[in-house]
Design a protein around this ligand. Structure first.
Ligand code: NAD
Ligand code: TYD
Length: 349
């Protein structure tokens, strides 16, 4: 019997990881610790929350005494740490929240794990989930390797980079059995509609304008969230201690091309004449410090652990659009209230 703590399990990627662990490992007790910020939504877990091996704990990773007490009480064997402030645009308007949760929160978890494991690290693991954004921006060619020097540009990526450094420092200094992965942009069901794909799906549906930053020529690598969850499962169980693994979809898109593909699918699904929603595209002022291109070299993960993306982009993208159209209540719930205030502040609509 193992006790696993998953932080941020009510969020986008975390909910897919919780689902996978709860279903695949009935002999694990899975604890989901989440503060339930605007991005945390327990509806994401309605299919697993009655399972006997699932437990929810509401709490803030920034609160050190709460975290220490929780670890002392539950004696977790493993931690899969996803809780974070995750949106670049919010980090530009409010960086402090990112420093508290992403940096201080991560160090609180490291301290709590170190305190209960007391140098007896047999069967223990602290897995920190990070992003490719820590590596900075690429030009037209090349890809991020695990050895690429860190060069974050946004407060979000700077805070994630800082937390990665602390995780490595706890491994190197105290021998804490850590592992880190850095993944590219995820897409799929349950992503909060402030991020590009769900935001634009929702806007196309409601005939609202599509704010394309700059010229729309920035490039992102997109991975289906379920494939990220599979990689996390593999790395948690088989990744080498002290190592870093890059995770990517080998699937680069210029924003504007991705948006046109999305419009093509949406117009078809909504029964609009092809190309109708192209008129919604509105070029707006570029994001400050906007990274031009991200691309991942995931060959280490492939060669060491045999991981490859299993979902083809065409299939995953279409399934994603279908999910948001079929889950209108989910979208309406998360786009009401405080989200509306944020959206108005951000886009002035
Ligand atoms: P998300 O914003 O959807 O979810 C974050 C979750 O963390 C939410 O449930 C939120 O309530 C919780 N949380 C926030 N602050 C907290 C706090 N102080 N205490 C406890 N819980 C708190 O984020 P996501 O997109 O699912 O990303 C999850 C992780 O994966 C993050 O660490 C992110 O940096 C990383 N990541 C994301 C992507 C991506 O494309 N979304 C890509 C690579 C890596
Ligand atoms: P986003 O989903 O915020 O992810 P990230 O910034 O972590 O890559 O944005 C993806 C890309 O889409 C990024 O280049 C910024 C761009 N973008 C827009 O052009 N308009 C928008 O309204 C948003 C949210 C993003």
């Amino acid at each position: 019997m193992k006790k696993i703590l998953i932080t941020g399990g009510a969020g986008f990627i975390g909910s897919h990881v919780v689902r996978l662990f709860v279903n695949k490992y009935p002999d694990y007790q899975v604890y989901n610790l989440d503060k339930l910020t605007y991005a945390g939504n327990l509806e994401n877990l309605s299919d697993v929350d009655k399972m006997p091996n699932y437990h929810f704990v509401k709490g803030d990773i920034v609160d050190a005494s709460f975290i220490n007490q929780l670890f002392e009480k539950e004696q977790f064997d493993g931690v899969v740490h996803l809780a974070a402030e995750s949106h670049v645009d919010r980090s530009i308007t409010n960086p402090m929240e990112f420093i508290f949760t992403n940096v201080v929160g991560t160090v609180n978890l490291l301290n709590a794990a170190k305190a209960i494991w007391k140098d007896n690290y047999e069967g223990k693991r602290f897995y920190h989930i990070s992003t490719d954004e820590v590596y900075g921006a690429l030009g037209e060619t090349g890809s991020f390797k695990e050895t690429t020097p860190y060069s974050p540009h946004s407060p979000y990526s700077a805070a994630k980079a800082s937390s990665d450094h602390f995780v490595r420092a706890y491994h190197d200094t105290y021998g804490l059995p850590t592992v880190i992965s850095n993944c590219s942009n995820n897409y799929g069901p349950n992503q909060f509609p402030e991020k590009l794909i769900p935001l634009f799906i929702n806007n196309i549906k409601h005939n609202k304008s599509l704010p394309v930053y700059g010229k729309g020529i920035n490039v992102r690598d997109w991975l289906y969230v379920v494939d990220h969850a599979r990689a996390i499962d593999l790395i948690f169980h088989q990744g080498r201690t002290g190592e870093t693994y890059n995770i990517g979809g080998n699937n680069e898109w210029r924003n504007i091309d991705l948006i046109k593909k999305l419009i093509e699918i949406m117009d078809r699904k909504l029964g609009r004449p092809a190309g109708t929603s192209l008129a919604l595209i509105t070029y707006v002022t570029d994001r400050a410090g906007h990274d031009l291109r991200y691309a991942i070299d995931a060959s280490k993960l492939r060669s060491e652990l045999g991981w490859e993306p299993s979902i083809k982009f065409d299939e995953g993208f279409e399934a994603t659009v279908e999910w948001y159209l079929a889950n209108e209540a989910w979208l309406n719930n998360v786009t009401s209230g405080s989200y509306q205030d944020y959206y108005k502040k951000m886009y002035g609509e």
